[in-house]
Ligand binder design. Structure first.
Ligand SMILES: *Cc1c(COP(=O)(O)O)cnc(C)c1O
Length: 345
């Protein structure tokens, strides 16, 4: 990053990292006069008419808004009832129970990423990121002066983490590694065994696992979704998620950062203070959306989730078949989850 002058009112450059949205802006701007381009890069399910959220979720938001009880500030870590509901919702996947104060409510998973990277940053530190991965992590790290080191996901091993590479990249300045499961952009859904290996590697290296589970439960292949928090007592896990993908409402900007850490390493007063203060800067999402979360996570019908899963499974099958018909590109590993598919050229 080229920071020319920090104090004289002159221009400072943005980091070189480019996000998916940045790439799309470039691609879609350069298509004039050519064939019509169908963007396969939009990560927003609401752009397609087959994906819409439940009417119950919408009604709950309307009710919360019209009650006029949620027009004020919420605590910056989130409304108590929202934290409690997310703790209960995520505990369904765990061998232990999360407590409300393990949960910090954020403006989507994106803000949870920003908070996680920022609170872990310290001078000289580095973070281990998956490649292919989700570019927001690199961009946040660049803004926080956190060095990024990339480990490969292995296409012919169902996009598993190259754990040897992780061991080789880490040093005493490594603070965390990021695991995205179900994965964007690879569509991986990791087995219990592989997640356990990841946790054991993190333990050996003395680092935290940041588990991006924004696609939690969006799995349609042979591997079931297993929450990384299951291994929270092997290595501390910070789980990130949101309503955006499973409930198909990315515009509601409702996410969470959760410390999955039954042994309490992430509950040290200093760490909690740092997290709370960072949340004071961020402010959290709209209060009336937060107020709707308990009903949304408790009362959504199974049939809504299975409908999304079926559409994803079907469209993934169509994509894989079509890709086989195209020379020069291939799909090394059929996705088992999320909304993404990675091709090889
Ligand atoms: C979509 C996405 C996010 C961001 O989620 P929001 O809740 O929309 O902010 C984070 N991580 C991954 C891997 C994603 O695909």
């Amino acid at each position: 990053m080229d920071v020319r002058n920090n104090g004289g009112g002159q221009e400072i450059e943005a980091p070189n990292n480019i996000t998916i949205k940045g790439i799309l802006r470039l691609l879609m701007a350069n298509t004039d006069g050519c064939k019509k381009v169908i963007s396969l890069g939009i990560g927003d399910p609401t752009a397609y008419s087959c994906f819409h959220t439940t009417s119950a979720a919408q009604e709950t938001v309307v009710e919360a808004l019209q009650s006029a009880k949620f027009n004020g500030y919420s605590p910056t870590v989130g409304l108590p009832e929202t934290r409690k509901a997310v703790a209960e919702y995520l505990s369904l996947d765990l061998p232990y129970s999360l407590q409300p104060d393990d949960v910090y409510i954020t403006a989507g998973c994106t803000q949870a990423i920003e908070i996680a990277v920022s609170i872990l940053s310290r001078p000289g530190c580095n973070i281990l990121l998956p490649r292919p991965g989700f570019p927001i992590y690199g961009l946040c790290a660049a803004f926080r002066h956190v060095e990024t080191r990339y480990f490969d996901l292995l296409p012919h091993k169902q996009w598993e983490v190259d754990l040897k590479a992780v061991e080789n990249l880490a040093d005493h300045n490594t603070v965390a590694m990021v695991v995205i499961n179900p994965g964007n952009p690879c569509g991986n859904v990791y087995t219990y065994h592989h997640l356990k290996q990841i946790a054991e590697t993190a333990k050996r290296l003395g680092i935290i696992v940041i588990a991006d589970e924004v696609y939690g439960h969006l799995a349609f292949g042979t591997n079931e979704f297993v929450a990384m928090g299951v291994f929270g007592s092997v290595a501390p896990v910070i789980t990130l998620g949101s309503l955006s993908k499973r409930w198909l409402v990315p515009g509601w900007r409702l996410g969470w950062l959760v410390t999955n850490d039954p042994d309490g390493i992430l509950k040290s007063p200093k760490f909690v203070e740092r997290l709370e203060k960072y949340c004071d800067i961020c402010g959290g999402p709209a209060t009336f959306i937060q107020a709707a979360v308990p009903a949304i996570v408790r009362e959504t019908q199974k049939v809504f989730f299975s409908k999304t899963i079926n559409i994803l499974k079907q469209t993934c099958g169509i994509c894989c078949r079509k890709i086989k018909e195209i020379e020069c590109i291939s799909c090394p590993c059929k996705p088992q989850g999320s909304m993404a598919l990675m091709v090889g050229i």
